[in-house]
Design a protein around this ligand. Structure first.
Ligand code: NAG
Ligand code: NAG
Ligand code: NAG
Length: 451
């Protein structure tokens, strides 16, 4: 009996985190066609801070739902329990993973070797697609032979397919599944648990660009948006999650969600009356909705999104949201500044001066007092926040230079620099001294921009 369908060797290219190769058996070929699978622009939305790091060993270990695992492991799925499991590749003593494991270097754990829940889902999805491909042309490639479990048994893809008969995991077409879940959401007699499950399932499917479009086409996206307004917290949370995953790097669906009024709803869900779980997913969805989407960004400004963020800054215990908000602002500023700069360059204009007036977000931020506001966040004791604040200051310099040159800000920067330099030179080399070194460098660079 086939208990385990074994599987995935996740190869990480040394160059980028957007080139996860996925093959059935160990292979050096990066044969993944990434066209249809979205790459996440960054790791911000993965909630990695909530998850414990997976410690690989030579034994199979279960991967907890949502847990990140490093690339380069054998991963398999136990079809009986539905659990994913992972272990080190043969001949791997695991030392290369150790460094990442026992550290608190938060800056560095946002690392190309950490794959997220999303990645794992994409990997599994990709794997399933391969099954479709195989059945389509009826042939088995060389890669379908080989040690699927890392053991000695070899099976052809045909044998596996036979044993999988009755298991519909790979066989149903996505659109049928999506339609089924949408119908459950559209049936008033569905139970809460059924609706929760339907949303969870949709969240899995919509990472693929075509699936997200299909969801919109059949009217499912508008249902999801309706559920963002549900009186049930668990449905609001999940609906935000689905929306965020559906719109991420998917311009057509971003446009549609914006048209259907998702943005004002998301801003409302960020408010302090909402439970933190809802707010976090709303922030994820908001980020996905307006990243790389200038029209959405302008709408965000029009709807006073910046003021909503200021409220977050002034509220206690919102650190995770504040970090995400600042990260989002920094990313969008970078995006807009690059866009404007390249546009001006093309027109042969000078870009060395202050271009802040032509960058919509920066212009609003300056008008609304963010040149004063952001530096004041340096007073937090959280290094994570201070790191994000410094990165924000870096991109804001172009419009806030005279403000940042003021003595009180210079003094805070100097103080931070001294503190971090001291820690960086600490007694022995450690992750925290490395992190302090990175932070000290960040301040130093910023100060050099201000002279
Ligand atoms: C939901 O059900 C109604 C009829 O009850 C139908 O008109 C509508 O198209 C359905 N919506 C979706 C998204 O399936
Ligand atoms: C959300 O629900 C409220 C009532 O609870 C309603 O007034 C509002 O129109 C709804 N908004 C959307 C976008 O459906
Ligand atoms: C922040 O970093 C500094 C310098 O590395 C360190 O002394 C301090 O303990 C860290 N603070 C927190 C809250 O982790």
């Amino acid at each position: 009996m086939l208990q385990y369908l074994a599987i995935l060797v996740l190869l990480t290219s040394a160059l980028g985190d957007q080139q996860q190769g996925l093959v059935l058996v160990k292979s050096d070929d990066d044969d993944t066609n990434d066209d249809k699978v979205k790459v996440a622009p960054n790791t911000e939305q993965f909630d990695e801070e909530d998850l414990e790091v997976f410690q690989p060993s030579s034994e199979w270990q279960s991967i907890k739902p949502g847990q990140s695992i490093p690339a380069g492991l054998h991963v398999r799925m136990n079809l009986q329990t539905g659990q994913k499991e992972a272990k080190l590749m043969e001949g791997d003593d695991g030392t290369k993973f150790k460094n990442n494991m026992d550290s608190e270097k938060k800056f560095i754990t946002i690392d190309k070797n950490v794959i997220s829940k999303q990645r794992l889902k994409e990997a599994l999805k990709d794997f399933r697609d391969k099954f479709h491909d195989e059945s389509a042309n009826g042939e088995h490639s060389d890669q379908s032979h080989g040690s699927l479990t890392g053991g000695k048994t070899f099976r052809s893809i045909d044998e596996i397919r036979k044993e999988l008969e009755g298991v519909d995991l790979f066989l149903k077409k996505d659109i049928e599944e999506i339609t089924k879940h949408v119908e459950i959401l559209n049936t008033s007699s569905s139970s809460l648990a059924e609706k929760e499950h339907a949303l969870d399932e949709l969240e899995y499917y919509v990472h693929q660009i075509d699936n997200a479009r299909d969801l919109d086409t059949i009217g499912g996206l508008s249902l999801v948006i309706k559920f963002m307004n549900s009186s049930q917290e668990s449905l609001r949370t999940r609906a935000c999650y689905v929306l965020g995953s559906a719109v991420q790097s998917n311009l057509m669906v971003q446009q549609s969600a914006l048209k259907q009024g998702a943005l004002p709803l998301l801003l409302r869900l960020l408010s302090k009356h909402e439970p933190m779980a809802v707010r976090k997913k709303a922030m994820y969805a908001l980020s996905s909705l307006i990243r790389l989407f200038l029209v959405g960004q302008k709408e965000f400004l029009k709807l006073n999104g910046l003021e909503m963020f200021v409220k977050l800054f002034n509220e206690a215990n919102t650190e995770p949201l504040v970090i995400k908000a600042i990260t989002l602002m920094t990313d969008i500023l970078t995006e807009q500044i690059e866009y404007v700069t390249s546009l001006l360059r093309k027109q042969g204009q000078d870009v060395s001066g202050d271009i802040s007036g032509r960058v919509p977000l920066l212009k609003s931020m300056i008008e609304k007092g963010w040149c004063q506001l952001i530096p004041s966040l340096l007073h937090t004791t959280e290094n994570d926040t201070r790191e994000k604040v410094l990165q924000a200051l870096h991109v804001m310099v172009t419009g806030c230079k005279s403000e940042f040159q003021k003595a009180h800000i210079q003094n805070s920067l100097k103080k931070l620099k001294l503190e971090w330099l001291k820690d960086a030179r600490g007694s022995e080399a450690s992750d925290s001294s490395e992190y302090a070194g990175i932070l000290a460098q960040l301040v130093t660079d910023l100060m050099s921009k201000l002279t």
